[in-house]
Design a protein around this ligand. Structure first.
Ligand SMILES: [Zn+2]
Length: 147
């Protein structure tokens, strides 16, 4: 699966809060151990009740485009070869208040619409020098045959 960011691009540190999302190969979200609030990105404290203990639960990996943009200007020299590319903010089907940012792939800018159904696909990236393997979500239009 192609990826916009170059292999040398820095990735977030893996720790007990970030590892489930970045290494599981599914949309793994933090759930408050007291009130059940789903939140992303993972934090130390629940946004709803300020509790500090969490579980992680797997979500479907489908959603709709809440917002998107086409990146045409490379903000970093390493991105020069990648532009133009699309980035989408996706509202999850089973947690609509949670929105996940990712590249939007296999679609042209004139085909993208707010509300378009998308599914997560996974880009495997090895972080240097830690050698940790990340599975980063990207978004692809759900085909009409499987929607
Ligand atoms: Zn809570």
């Amino acid at each position: 699966m192609s990826r916009v960011m170059p292999e040398s691009w820095p990735l977030p540190e893996l720790n007990e809060k970030t590892r489930p999302f970045f290494t599981s190969g599914c949309i793994m979200l933090q759930i408050c151990g007291r009130c059940g609030q789903t939140q992303h990105p993972p934090e130390d404290v629940c946004f709803a009740c300020q509790f500090t203990e969490f579980n992680f639960t797997e979500h479907q990996g489908t959603g709709t485009i809440y917002s998107f943009t086409e990146i045409v200007y490379p903000i970093h020299p390493n991105l020069k070869a990648a532009v133009p590319y699309l980035v989408a903010l996706v509202s999850l089907t089973d947690a609509p208040d949670v929105r996940i940012l990712g590249n939007l792939i296999d679609i042209s800018p004139d085909e993208v619409r707010i509300g378009l159904s998308v599914e997560a696909v996974w880009s495997e990236v090895r972080n240097e020098p830690s050698k940790d393997v990340y599975l980063l979500p990207q978004w692809r239009r759900v085909s009409k045959n499987t929607a």
